[in-house]
Design a protein around this ligand. Structure first.
Ligand code: AVJ
Length: 320
């Protein structure tokens, strides 16, 4: 760890227990469903980075291009002195473009991520490339309450939530997150990336890539269960399934049983009939107006919008 990085490790190894409890609950309900946050162990985080570089997966490169082009304009919305809180920080690739447009000595950066080792190595990389930047990583699940460091005197607290990560939330969860964010960002604002409703084939291809990286990412959830929790299930028993569900404007990802099978977890046996799925993710797609209306209900005032020529992806400024 580099000096200057304050490392906050909350309630230690409760993570594994949480995964076990949540997986038991997931397998007990009908239909079976688990939070996508369990994709992101070290292997999963690396697979996700590979997804971001896939030719079919347009969101990352589209959003990066928007940040590249408009970072100065985005930074101008934020103010002179900011505590920049990134929710679900990941590889810290995108925030660099924002940081380049902000006065370094007047920024405190607080990346929040559930994957501790991944966050630490990303922070060390960032600290090397941005000497003098104050970085306070926080290992936490940002869908729960955040224990953010105090706001430096005179600074506005600004949230950064790129990648359309909010798409993972159901509308009710998104609403709850936005209300929480509006409260903790009061006086500042939120810069948020959202994936827009578009041609279904473009969406389908983005979650069914030819190289099978998305499939590996999805299946990694069960590999984690095998490695970390000793879960047992037949090899080849599950396959990747991803499709657009127009009724909910969302991509759904599932792990589908290829035949009738049993999954054993900590003394319990959960049976799947052939074709039965464990629902692992939704990825909601929004319209700009629809998202702004939801943000407004949660306490934000919608501001500037930056979008690409195809209108595939948008970054929104929301005043808190
Ligand atoms: C990180 C939630 C934005 O929904 O597109 C990518 C995750 N899942 N491919 C998305 C993901 C499958 C991604 N988010």
């Amino acid at each position: 760890m580099k000096p200057g990085i304050e490392w906050r490790q909350p309630r230690a190894a409760a993570e594994n227990e949480q995964f076990a409890d949540d997986l038991h609950a997931a397998l007990s309900r009908t239909p079976k469903a688990i939070s996508p946050k369990y994709f992101y162990d070290e292997v999963g985080s690396k697979l996700f980075e590979r997804i971001c570089d896939l030719p079919e997966y347009y969101p990352t490169r589209t959003e990066l291009a928007l940040l590249q082009t408009h970072a100065t304009d985005m930074a101008a919305q934020m103010g002179e002195r900011v505590q920049l809180v990134e929710y679900g920080a990941g590889a810290l690739r995108k925030v660099r473009l924002l940081l380049d447009a902000l006065p370094r000595e007047r920024v405190e950066f607080v990346p929040v991520d559930i994957s501790g080792p991944h966050l630490l190595s990303a922070c060390n990389g960032l600290a090397g490339d941005y000497p003098g930047l104050a970085i306070h990583p926080l290992v936490a699940d940002f869908t729960r309450q955040h224990a953010l460091p105090a706001r430096p005197a005179g600074a506005r607290r600004v949230g950064f939530f790129p990648g359309s990560s909010i798409g993972n939330f159901t509308p009710a969860e998104a609403d709850a997150f936005l209300r929480l964010a509006a409260a903790e960002l009061t006086g500042g604002g939120l810069l948020i990336g959202i994936d827009l409703v578009k041609d279904h084939e473009v969406l389908h291809a983005a979650y069914n890539d030819a190289q099978g990286v998305t499939a590996a990412f999805n299946l990694n959830l069960l590999e984690r269960a095998r490695n970390e929790l000793g879960a047992e299930f037949p090899a080849g028993g599950f396959e990747h399934l991803a499709f657009y569900n127009p009724a909910y404007c969302r991509i759904e990802m599932h792990l589908r049983a290829t035949r009738p099978l049993a999954l054993q977890l900590g003394g319990e046996i959960y049976s799947f009939h052939e074709g039965e799925t464990l629902h692992t993710e939704h990825s909601h797609k929004y319209t700009v107006a629809g998202f702004q209306a939801m943000a407004e209900r949660a306490g934000f005032r919608p501001g500037k919008v930056w979008t690409d020529a195809n209108r595939w992806f948008a970054l929104l400024w929301l005043q808190a």
